[in-house]
Design a protein around this ligand. Structure first.
Ligand SMILES: [Zn+2]
Length: 274
């Protein structure tokens, strides 16, 4: 079985000295691909560096997170947009624009809402221009984001850690969007209900590390080695075999991110197997 972590923050300070260790740990757990999501220009540059350093394992998503709009330096938005454009042809490294989105709990009583909206608009326009998928943070803003998205030509959309409103799931599926779920699949009733309802073809796995979790993960540093137990939980909820779930999620990953390296390796294995 092969697993994927479609949403982790390898560029986070908490991982700074440990990325090599985490990649090794991922390999031992058969987590064959990690998408390093970014928060701002600095972490975008770092995600890119990690994608170069671990070419068969780490892929970069570049962008500005809604939490970070309050700390943007004067040219940071433009420089991040330029960085994405500069890597337009390097699809083996840069696989998405993310993590982007809206989160008005972090908008200082509304003062930063307009800035978040402006940054989100720029990120979506950039993704549209370079035809990259987007990875979206939509805490408390999913309905608004769902109504904004059709104005952009972004075809591939992933709503990370989707938790509510559950009523939007059918629209998410109808539009061919994906969601990611992670360790809460083992202990959160809300997330478990979402997994029961979402077709497996629209689901990907994530850790969102270094975010820490409760349940069986309490007190542990979050690493991609959590993914096999997430897949096990999904398989139980779906009443399917773990291998079937892992294969489908792996296929979703290669379809969504169009990661050539991973796909080629899969092809080689199939050829050898024949
Ligand atoms: Zn995240």
């Amino acid at each position: 079985m092969k697993f994927v972590d479609a949403h982790i923050h390898l560029s986070d300070g908490e991982y700074s000295q440990k990325v090599g260790e985490i990649v090794e740990d991922a390999k031992r757990s058969n987590v064959v691909a990690l998408v390093s999501n970014s928060m701002d220009l600095e972490t975008s540059l770092l995600s890119l560096r990690l994608a170069e350093e671990y070419p068969d394992h780490v892929y970069a998503a570049l962008g500005i997170h809604p939490w970070n709009v309050r700390n943007l330096s004067p040219n940071e938005l433009q420089d991040t947009v330029n960085l994405i454009f500069q890597h337009e042809e390097r699809r083996e490294k840069v696989v998405a624009v993310g993590e982007i989105g809206l989160d008005f709990q972090y908008a200082r009583n509304g003062k930063l809402q307009d800035v978040q909206l402006q940054v989100f608009h720029e990120m979506l326009s950039t993704a549209e221009n370079v035809s990259l998928p987007v990875i979206i943070h939509s805490r408390g803003t999913t309905s608004q984001i769902m109504s904004l998205l059709p104005s952009y030509g972004v075809k591939k959309v992933l709503l990370h850690w989707f938790s509510r409103p559950i009523g939007l799931l059918s629209q998410i599926v109808d539009r061919g969007y994906y969601i990611t779920e992670g360790p809460p699949s083992l202990f959160s009733n809300g997330i478990r209900e979402i997994i029961r309802r979402i077709p497996l073809t629209n689901l990907l796995t994530e850790t969102d590390g270094p975010v820490r979790f409760r349940g069986p993960f309490k007190g542990k540093m979050t690493t991609p080695s959590f993914i096999p137990s997430v897949v096990e939980a999904i398989a139980q909820l779906k009443g399917k075999k773990e291998t079937e779930v892992a294969d489908q999620i792996f296929q979703n990953f290669t379809n969504f991110f169009e990661v050539r390296g991973v796909r080629d390796k899969r092809h080689e294995e199939r050829t050898i197997g024949v």
